[in-house]
Design a protein around this ligand. Structure first.
Ligand code: THU
Length: 137
């Protein structure tokens, strides 16, 4: 859980936490911030590992913080990196976000230079796998 006053946007929160990312292998720090439907804001960063596949994405960290904080529904997301165009969440993170979001949830993708792209969870992951596929009626 992080402090996020009304004057601090979700992008600002993601930007601030990004500095703490542990990315010595890619040198690509990512910050993510989630506002849960309760209003509480959770932040996460990518955490790499010398065994490369063991690294985790910023979105996964923010989701883990949200669950540990007792929230299970996402209201809004922001992700930021020092990328030439607003950073695109990886496929796995899109599915992870979809687990806790309605399709209409707003996702702001940002660069540290100030470029923004706004999209939604549904637009990021058309054809999402959902529990509906697991239930025969
Ligand atoms: N990364 C994220 O944290 N989130 C994304 O959505 C894309 C990629 C991280 C994983 C890895 O630590 C670094 O960025 C380079 O792929």
């Amino acid at each position: 859980m992080v402090k996020s006053g009304v004057l601090m946007s979700l992008v600002d929160t993601a930007r601030a936490v990004r500095e703490k990312a542990y990315a010595p292998y890619s040198n690509f720090k990512v910050g993510a911030a989630i506002r849960a439907t309760s209003g509480t804001v959770y932040a996460g960063v990518n955490v790499e590992n010398v065994a490369y596949p063991e690294g985790t994405c910023a979105e996964a960290g923010a989701i883990a913080a949200m669950i540990a904080g007792g929230d299970t529904r996402i209201a809004e997301v922001a992700v930021i990196a020092d990328s030439p165009i607003p950073v695109s969440p990886c496929g796995g993170c899109r599915q992870k976000l979809a687990e806790f979001s309605d399709g209409s949830v707003k996702v702001t993708l940002a660069t540290t230079d100030g470029l923004l792209h706004q999209t939604t969870v549904a637009d990021l992951l058309p054809g999402v796998f959902s529990a509906d596929y697991m239930t025969r009626t």
